[in-house]
Design a protein around this ligand. Structure first.
Ligand SMILES: Nc1ncnc2c1ncn2[C@@H]1O[C@H](COP(=O)(O)OP(=O)(O)OP(=O)(O)O)[C@@H](O)[C@H]1O
Ligand SMILES: [Mg+2]
Length: 329
């Protein structure tokens, strides 16, 4: 059906977010007593089907990391619902959350700071097994060794410390740690952004191969459209805390609907498919403390008209599977 408002397709989804909000308190200056809040995630709904990759893309500060952390309950939402594998986890706590967490893991951007420098690599990778009573001692070391070899590290890597490895190798350790418990969902927050381009491709290929082998779903966050295109089945485009567009990656890259998506794609010409229009994304991103009224994007949009300053467009169906939040699409 076209014309309808976006509602996440929750049937069979591994992850769904329904109208999720998150704000953070901020102070203008040290002396300020004003209670201001950053609206980091401002009413976002999305779904990730099992075994598939949803790529989340948008400029710096638009709320990608906040959304990724909300999805696996590393942050608590102010409002909205989060469902994982058919269960509501929005307010889940204690033992239930601990058990669910086994199924949802995260790979961080910075392989340098996300690994404990004082722990041996086999202990880093096997920590989840130890915590959940699945392996210890010699068995843990042997299992860690097999996993480390699987992610492309030398067999003796387990006995070493993180500082003995390169950036790409450390990210392989981070990936091994994330998949050790065979999770159903892996959130990867800019997992290759800190790496050289040549190493990026190797890590992306590893993630793809592991997804095929283990059947995990990925929520894959990146500001880099080329990376997003390479890894995604579906894409969600975020701007100032809201989704502007979502749909199957191939279609979205072939024919972007939202003017924001079109602007982003036009800035990366080698993406190829899109018509060779050149749209310059002018102006600064407005502050998420006081986002523009109406459509958040109107201050930078080449299509904006009066209505865009006044009415916030809802994410609505444009074609089967394709949604955009724009009055003029
Ligand atoms: N703990 C926090 N306290 C206060 N503000 C925060 C906090 N975390 C995030 N923010 C703010 O929320 C907004 C969204 O941040 P977030 O890190 O989610 O964006 P992002 O899209 O991941 O950006 P980047 O591409 O730079 O990683 C930003 O304005 C940020 O400054
Ligand atoms: Mg981020």
């Amino acid at each position: 059906m076209t014309g309808g408002i976006y509602r996440p397709e929750e049937d069979g989804a591994i992850l769904s977010l329904v109208n999720v909000y998150k704000t953070f308190p901020v102070r203008k200056s040290f002396f300020s007593t004003e209670n201001l809040r950053v609206r980091a995630v401002d009413g976002v709904s999305l779904t990730v089907p099992p075994g598939k990759t949803l790529g989340l893309v948008g400029e710096s500060g638009c709320g990608k990391t906040t959304l990724a952390r909300l999805a696996i309950r590393l942050l608590d939402p102010d409002a909205g619902a989060i469902r994982f594998d058919g269960k509501e986890i929005t307010r889940m706590e204690g033992e239930a959350l601990r058990v669910t967490r086994r199924q949802m893991q995260i790979v961080f951007q910075d392989p340098y700071s996300s690994l404990n420098p004082r722990m041996k690599v086999s202990d880093i990778v096997g920590e989840g097994w130890l915590v959940h009573g699945l392996a210890r001692g010699k068995e843990l070391r042997e299992r860690a060794e097999r996993l480390l070899v699987r992610v492309g590290l030398p067999a003796d890597a387990g006995g070493k410390y993180p500082h003995e490895f390169s950036g790409g190798q450390r990210q392989r350790i981070g990936i091994a740690r994330a998949i050790a418990l065979s999770p159903k969902l892996v959130v990867a927050d800019e997992p290759v952004s800190a790496l050289d381009v040549s190493v990026q491709a190797q890590i992306l290929n590893l993630l793809r191969d592991l997804q095929e082998e283990y059947g995990m779903a990925y929520l894959f966050v990146s500001h880099d459209l080329r990376v997003i295109r390479h890894v995604s089945d579906d894409v969600a485009v975020m701007y100032l805390g809201k989704l502007m567009e979502t749909g199957p990656a191939a279609e979205l890259f072939h024919e972007p609907l939202h003017p924001y998506t079109r602007s982003l794609l036009s800035a990366v010409p080698m993406l190829g498919d899109a018509p060779s229009e050149r749209i310059v994304l002018s102006g600064e991103i407005p502050s998420p403390i006081s986002p523009p009224p109406g459509c958040r994007f109107h201050t930078r949009c080449f299509m904006a008209e009066k209505v865009c300053e006044e009415v916030c467009p809802l994410l609505r169906s444009i074609a089967p599977g394709r949604y955009a939040a724009c009055h003029f699409v």
